[in-house]
Design a protein around this ligand. Structure first.
Ligand code: SF4
Length: 331
């Protein structure tokens, strides 16, 4: 019988996010620093090590939800194999991808057991896509989003909203929910090492709802327990939308998420500054369970112990941030 992985506040952790690679085929400005150094192959968890560690989390601690992230997970040649291994564990399995190469893997991913996919898209403007992602690719990504929807996958489209960059496209993204049974998530721009974050660049939760409400009337939906997003629907439309308000309205009170980096380091929060090296211990043949439990017990009440992301605390936040950029933490 698994026992609950509780932190000192009594929050039980059921959701594991695994970054399987720190490389990506895009270089989004809010995620990858200009001078990013990537891990060497031998530093990465192997397919077998990912399965071993995940199986322990599932069987010993009752993890029920696993999300594969990156960098860009589909850059890893054995990504489909990893999906196949983990879908055999009976968990709710998802993948976060930029969909740039999704057309090469979609059939195999579905055959391997994938049913839910989060796709990052921040603009419908091909030129603006190039500015944000520092590489061309809008046409391919948009085509792959439509393929994923047509194949019956549960599709969430994640848009990082940045003031003065793409906030003028929120209503365009809303049209997706008029046309398709898709879930669009508007994400407040969060601070990570090397992403030039400023509180003034955050287009806030309140502003997003005001913007949408200026054109559409919408209703609040019930949120799943532990959800990161506050969900809504325009009545009669097949799709839904949500806002992830980590900056202005953090939702740490019932957080059930823990993370594993591509080199097998455990993080008990998206903004954690302390990490626990599980992979080296595993490779030495040691029992990693005590390391996992100690890592979770030490979890801060909110935001990894960072001050709240208020304008007057910006310098403190930027000073205290983890040195790990978003690209090597994972969405
Ligand atoms: S900031 Fe950390 S504690 Fe808060 S919801 Fe996100 S992962 Fe959980």
């Amino acid at each position: 019988m698994p026992f609950p992985l509780n932190d000192r506040l009594g929050r039980t952790h059921r959701s594991l996010r695994i970054s399987i690679i720190d490389k990506c085929d895009l270089r989004c400005t809010y995620c990858m620093p200009e001078d990013q150094r990537f891990l060497q192959r031998e530093e990465l968890m192997t397919r077998e090590e990912i399965a071993t560690i995940t199986r322990l989390f599932v069987q010993r601690y009752g993890i029920t939800k696993v999300r594969l992230t990156g960098g860009e997970p589909l850059v890893r040649p054995d990504a489909v194999g990893i999906v196949r291994d983990l879908s055999g564990l009976g968990v709710s399995l998802g993948l976060t991808t930029n969909a740039l190469s999704l057309h090469k893997h979609l059939d195999a991913l579905i055959e391997a057991g994938l049913r839910s996919i989060n796709i990052s898209l921040d603009t419908f403007d091909a030129e603006r896509f190039k500015q944000i992602a520092r590489r061309d690719g809008f046409g391919t990504v948009w085509a792959n989003i439509r393929s994923a929807m047509s194949r019956g996958l549960r599709v969430k489209v994640n848009m990082v909203v940045m003031r003065g960059v793409n906030d003028d496209e929120i209503l365009r993204f809303m049209e997706l929910t008029r046309e398709h049974p898709v879930h669009v998530r508007f994400i407040e721009f969060m601070p990570f090492a090397g992403n030039h974050w400023g509180r003034d660049r955050v287009y806030t939760f309140a502003e997003m709802l005001g913007h949408i409400g200026s054109v559409h009337s919408f209703e609040k939906l019930n949120d799943d327990p532990h959800s990161t997003a506050k969900a809504y629907r325009v009545p009669g439309w097949p799709g839904t939308f949500a806002v992830i308000s980590t900056v202005t309205e953090p939702f740490c009170g019932d957080c059930d998420r823990i993370r594993l980096t591509a080199e097998g380091r455990m993080r008990n929060c998206l903004f954690a500054r302390e990490e626990t090296d599980l992979l080296s211990a595993l490779r030495r043949g040691e029992d990693i369970a005590p390391l996992i439990e100690a890592n979770v017990i030490a979890k801060h009440a909110m935001l990894g112990g960072l001050p709240q992301f208020r304008p007057e605390r910006q310098e403190e936040v930027l000073h205290d941030l983890s040195a790990r950029p978003m690209v090597s933490i994972g969405g």
